[in-house]
Design a protein around this ligand. Structure first.
Ligand SMILES: [Zn+2]
Ligand SMILES: [Zn+2]
Length: 555
C-alpha cells in the first residue's frame, strides 16, 4: 500500500488582502492554520466583517486535529469566534495570541466550550501524523511564530507574517538559526508572507520610529494624540517610553486600545511605569502640555475613537487648535477616503496632523519584510517548492519573481490562489482541482456595543429582509431637506408595519439631529450612525435583524 499524500489547501489570503487561512491534510488528518477576517469594502455597507468559507473543512471535520494560530492580528484570528463552533477542535497559539482570542470568545459566549492550548516558541508538539515546531519571528505585534511542520513526506514551513527586525523593541530576535537548520535538513515546501513583495530593500526596524516621534512629542505645544493599531504593542511601548522621557503622562482612549494594553501589561509584555497612566475621567481636564493620548481608530472606522475625536464628539477628550495628532499606522487599502476625510476634519480645527509620507524620519514602519528579507529567508530555507502566500495577486507574483531571481528553489515555484490545492506525493507536487472557498459576510453588531452575532447568509437575508432609509441632506448646512423615507423588502409582514415605519423615521431624524455639523456632512459617519441606531431599534421592536442600507441624497 502506498503512503498517503500531503495536501495544502489555501482557504483565504492568496490573491486577496486579509482572511488568511490554510488547511493541511495527510491521509485522514487535518490541520488548520490561522482563521482571519477581511474588513468589508465600502460597497459591502451593512456588513461588519468578512470571513472565509470553510465548507472544505466542515466536510472533513472529523479529522481536524487543531487550529494553529501564528499571531494576534485580525487577518489571522478575527474569524475564530465565527468558525470555531463549526471547526470544534483545539486551538493552539502563543500567550498573547490566545489572550486576544480568549477575549473574543468571551464576547461571543464561546469561552466555556473552547479548548485553548498555549504553545511556546522553540517547542514541538505532536498532532497525529504532524509534528509542529513553533519558530519565533518578529512582526508588528508581539508573540508571533512561524510553523515548521514535519510530515512523512517532508517538512513544511509556514512563515505567518514576519519581518526580520535586527533590533526588536522587546529584544527577542527573529530565530534565523532555526530556519537555517531546517534549510540544512531539507524543506519540502515554504509558504511565505508576500505583503511587501513590491518594496525593495529591508524594512526598517520598529525602533526607527523613535527619532521622529520623540521630536514631535517634544515640539508639541499642546496635547499629543497618537493613533496606531491596538495590537501594535511595540509601537505602544515606544510611545509610552518617549512620553515618559518627555515628561508626559499617558491617556488611553478606545475600547480595543484600553483592552489590549491591559492584556499586554498583565502578561508582562508591556512596561508601563507606575503612575504614568491618566484615569479616563481625568483625560479631558489634564494639562494638555503634559499628556499623550493613545487612541484606536487609525483607519477612520466610522465609530472609532479617533473618528469621534476628529469631529470633537468624544466624551473623554476634546480637540483644540495646536493639538498634535500622529497617525502611526499604515493606510489599509480601501480606507484612503475615510482617512483623508478624517485628516481634513482635524486640519479644519487647526490641529497639527502628521501621517505617513514625506521625507522626514518615519512615524510608522511596516511589520512585513521587504524584498531583501524575503530573499534572505529563501536563502536560508532553500525549499524544494515555494508558494507565496498573504497578498494580492501582484504581490504573490512579485514574490515568485524574487524567488526565481534568488534561484534557490530546487523544485518549483507555485503561484496559486485561494481554493487551489497542491498535492505533494513521493513523485512531486501537483496542482489539483479547486475546492469551495469564498467570502461569508457577517454582521457582528456595532463596534461599540456587542450584540449577539448573526451570520447573514442568503437564508437569513430572505427571513429578515432589507431596510433602506433614504435621507436627503443639504451638503453645506447639514439640514435634512425632507422627511426621511424608508423602503423595505421582505421585512414587514404585519399591519402595524406603517406605525413601526413612522417610529423608525423618527429614529433616523433623531440620529441626524443629534449629530454635530461635521458628522452630518461626512456621509460615512452619518450612515454608520443611522445603521447602528436603526438596527438597535428594529431588533428591539421586531426581534429581526434586517440588512440596513442607508442612502444619503445630497441636495
Ligand atoms: Zn497578516
Ligand atoms: Zn500580521
Amino acid at each position: 500500500m502506498s503512503k498517503p499524500s500531503l495536501w495544502a489547501v489555501p482557504l483565504g489570503g492568496l490573491g486577496e488582502f486579509g482572511m488568511n487561512m490554510m488547511a493541511l491534510r495527510y491521509g485522514e488528518d487535518f490541520l488548520a492554520i490561522d482563521a482571519g477576517l477581511m474588513f468589508p469594502e465600502s460597497e459591502l455597507l451593512g456588513v461588519d466583517v468578512v470571513i472565509p468559507d470553510i465548507t472544505y473543512l466542515k466536510q472533513n471535520r472529523a479529522g481536524l486535529r487543531a487550529l494553529l494560530l501564528t499571531h494576534a492580528h485580525e487577518d489571522h484570528i478575527g474569524a475564530v469566534p465565527y468558525l470555531l463552533p463549526d471547526l470544534n477542535c483545539p486551538v493552539y497559539g502563543t500567550k498573547f495570541t490566545l489572550a486576544l482570542v480568549r477575549k473574543k470568545l468571551e464576547e461571543h459566549g464561546l469561552l466555556q466550550t473552547a479548548d485553548l492550548r498555549e504553545i511556546e516558541p522553540g517547542k514541538t508538539i505532536s498532532l497525529g501524523p504532524f509534528q509542529v515546531e513553533f519558530v519565533y519571528v518578529t512582526h508588528s505585534t508581539i508573540d508571533c511564530v512561524a510553523l515548521a511542520i514535519r510530515t512523512a513526506l517532508g517538512i513544511i514551513i509556514h512563515t505567518g507574517d514576519f519581518k526580520i527586525d535586527p533590533t526588536p523593541v522587546d529584544g527577542i530576535p527573529f530565530d534565523l538559526h532555526r530556519f537555517a537548520r531546517y534549510g540544512q535538513e531539507g524543506v519540502l515546501a515554504l509558504f511565505a508572507d508576500s505583503t511587501n513583495a513590491e518594496r525593495p530593500g529591508f524594512t526598517p526596524s520598529e525602533r526607527a520610529v523613535w527619532v521622529r516621534l520623540e521630536e514631535l512629542f517634544r515640539a508639541a505645544p499642546q496635547r499629543v494624540i497618537v493613533s496606531c493599531f491596538s495590537s501594535s504593542v511595540h509601537r505602544i511601548q515606544q510611545v509610552i517610553d518617549i512620553a515618559t522621557a518627555a515628561g508626559r503622562k499617558i491617556g488611553l482612549v478606545g475600547r480595543s486600545m484600553v483592552d489590549n494594553t491591559e492584556i499586554a501589561h498583565s502578561l508582562g509584555k508591556l512596561r508601563i511605569p507606575d503612575g504614568s497612566v491618566v484615569r479616563p475621567q481625568d483625560i479631558k481636564s489634564f494639562d494638555p502640555r503634559k499628556l499623550v493620548v493613545l487612541a484606536s481608530g487609525s483607519q477612520a472606522e466610522p465609530m472609532s475613537a479617533l473618528s469621534r475625536i476628529a469631529v470633537d464628539n468624544h466624551r473623554l477628550l476634546g480637540i483644540e487648535e495646536n493639538d498634535t495628532v500622529i497617525l502611526s499606522a499604515r493606510i489599509i487599502p480601501g480606507n484612503e477616503k475615510a482617512i483623508s476625510r478624517m485628516i481634513d476634519h482635524l486640519f479644519r480645527r487647526r490641529v497639527l496632523v502628521y501621517y505617513e509620507g514625506g521625507r522626514s524620519a518615519p512615524i510608522h514602519v511596516s511589520g512585513h519584510g521587504s524584498q531583501e528579507e524575503m530573499k534572505l529567508l529563501l536563502n536560508l530555507v532553500r525549499p524544494k517548492y515555494f508558494i507565496p502566500i498573504h497578498g494580492e495577486y501582484r504581490q504573490l507574483f512579485r514574490h515568485a519573481a524574487l524567488a526565481h531571481q534568488v534561484g534557490c528553489v530546487s523544485g518549483e515555484i507555485m503561484l496559486i490562489e485561494s481554493g487551489h490545492p497542491i498535492e505533494f506525493t513521493a513523485a512531486g507536487a501537483f496542482r489539483r482541482d479547486p475546492v469551495t472557498v469564498g467570502r461569508v459576510c457577517v454582521d457582528s453588531g456595532s463596534l461599540e456595543e456587542l450584540e449577539e452575532f448573526v451570520i447573514r447568509d442568503r437564508r437569513h437575508l430572505a427571513e429578515d429582509g432589507v431596510v433602506v432609509p433614504i435621507i436627503a441632506i443639504d451638503k453645506h448646512s447639514g439640514r435634512i431637506e425632507t422627511s426621511p423615507e424608508i423602503v423595505t423588502r421582505g421585512f414587514l409582514p404585519s399591519e402595524d408595519g406603517q406605525e413601526l415605519l413612522a417610529l423608525a423615521r423618527d429614529v433616523v431624524l433623531k440620529t441626524v439631529e443629534q449629530s454635530n455639523p461635521e458628522e452630518k456632512t461626512d456621509w460615512s459617519v452619518i450612515k454608520e450612525k443611522i445603521r447602528t441606531d436603526l438596527k438597535r431599534f428594529l431588533n428591539k421592536k421586531t426581534a429581526k435583524r434586517p440588512l440596513i442600507l442607508p442612502v444619503i441624497l445630497e441636495v
